[in-house]
Write a protein that binds this ligand. Structure first.
Ligand code: SF4
Length: 369
């Protein structure tokens, strides 16, 4: 049985490569054109835990507002956080800003061209370092994301469940990665996993590796990769208080930089815990009415928030809060769960103002996170 050859995959990629805004297509790479490392880095950070379809508009908006690394490094952090709102995993946005500043300050605005140099930057883990090195600098690094894990587990019929099988997948990917065109090879593996070797009903008849693939031969591709049984996700409960001033301003506060939704805005509320919510967490006395419930699932827990709403007159905000102008709400870095809360309380959708700069007066926050 033949081994899976890089050439077969690259031939397939030359015809079927996905056209994505951050990519240089294979025919241009053939002419020696490599992609801008800034674009590769930005796309890879955005794509962590998020789909290509969800990332495209965010990527284009970032490129329009901050076309260079230097522009992003110099941008106000709150504007970057606001532009990121909706992509989730907000620590990535804080690290994105910190990384841009580090490259501008310590590397003369140019990304290092080695896996080690890239991995030393804020927010760049082993996967992202390998991906940028391969795609932007043609370093023969083994690039293993979820798509590649699936392809390799199937190609070699790996029975060990994830995550224990990861070192073996990395080792096998490294042995397959060619010295010629390693960046295209990495992207071809991602594309094969995303478009052909899909989790359900892989299109093996269209796959350039159908001949050497052990899972295809045995007919059990859909069952791979194996996974350890998942721990049950607990449910936490909390209260959220949506206070609107007569002029439409919204009472908000900023979460601590560290931890879940770090640095993002939220309406005041109770802690989120597995027991009953603390109903005495209102920011002040007002005619609070129950507006409904909001459910939201994070990676490690499911959240149920009871939403209370009140319309209030002009009054100073509590110590840790501030009034956010009605016109600024859509452009602010409200995380998705908080947008849902405000929408339940007001009965109207918040329209996201993509690319809109932040305008609200607010307490100063630090520049890195
Ligand atoms: S032959 Fe099928 S299972 Fe094997 S790598 Fe290709 S698409 Fe995946």
């Amino acid at each position: 049985m033949p081994a899976p050859s890089a050439t077969a995959l690259l031939d397939w990629y030359d015809v079927h490569a996905r056209r994505l805004p951050w990519r240089v297509p294979p025919e241009d790479r053939e002419l020696g054109i490599l992609p801008d490392p800034y674009r590769v880095w930005l796309s890879e950070v955005m794509l962590q835990q998020t789909t290509v379809a969800a990332v495209k508009s965010y990527f284009l908006n970032f490129m329009e507002r901050w076309p260079t690394l230097q522009a992003l490094a110099a941008a106000p952090r709150d504007d970057v956080m606001a532009a990121w709102a909706g992509l989730g995993y907000y620590s990535r946005a804080r690290n994105l800003k910190a990384c841009a500043e580090a490259v501008a300050r310590d590397h003369d605005g140019r990304f290092p061209d080695t896996v080690e140099g890239l991995a030393a930057l804020p927010g760049i883990g082993p996967y992202t370092a390998a991906a940028i090195a391969a795609i932007a600098f043609d370093v023969p690094a083994a690039v293993v994301d979820g798509n590649v894990e699936r392809v390799v587990a199937r190609l070699f019929e790996l029975e060990t469940p994830l995550p224990d099988v990861k070192p073996e997948i990395r080792r096998l990917t490294a042995t397959m990665t060619p010295d010629q065109r390693p960046g295209d090879f990495a992207q071809a593996m991602m594309d094969l996993g995303a478009t052909i070797c899909t989790p359900k009903r892989p299109a093996c008849a269209l796959c350039p590796w159908s001949e050497p693939c052990l899972a295809h031969r045995r007919g059990d591709a859909e069952t791979l990769p194996r996974r350890r049984a998942k721990a049950v996700r607990p449910t936490r409960y909390g209260m959220a208080f949506v206070a609107r001033r007569h002029d439409g301003a919204l009472l908000v506060r900023r979460r601590a930089d560290k931890g879940l939704l770090g640095g993002m805005l939220e309406v005041p509320g109770s802690e989120w815990r597995e027991g009953p919510a603390n109903e005495t967490a209102a920011p002040f006395q007002a005619g609070w009415r129950s507006a409904g419930k909001v459910e939201h699932t994070f990676t490690h827990f499911h959240l149920v928030l009871s939403v209370m709403a009140a319309e209030v007159g002009d009054r100073p905000p509590p110590a840790d809060c501030f009034w956010l102008d009605a016109a600024a709400v859509a452009g602010e870095a409200l995380p998705t769960v908080m947008r849902k809360v405000v929408e339940v309380a007001t009965g109207a959708p918040i329209r996201r103002a993509a690319g809109r700069p932040s305008t609200a007066a607010r307490p100063k926050s630090s520049s890195t996170g």
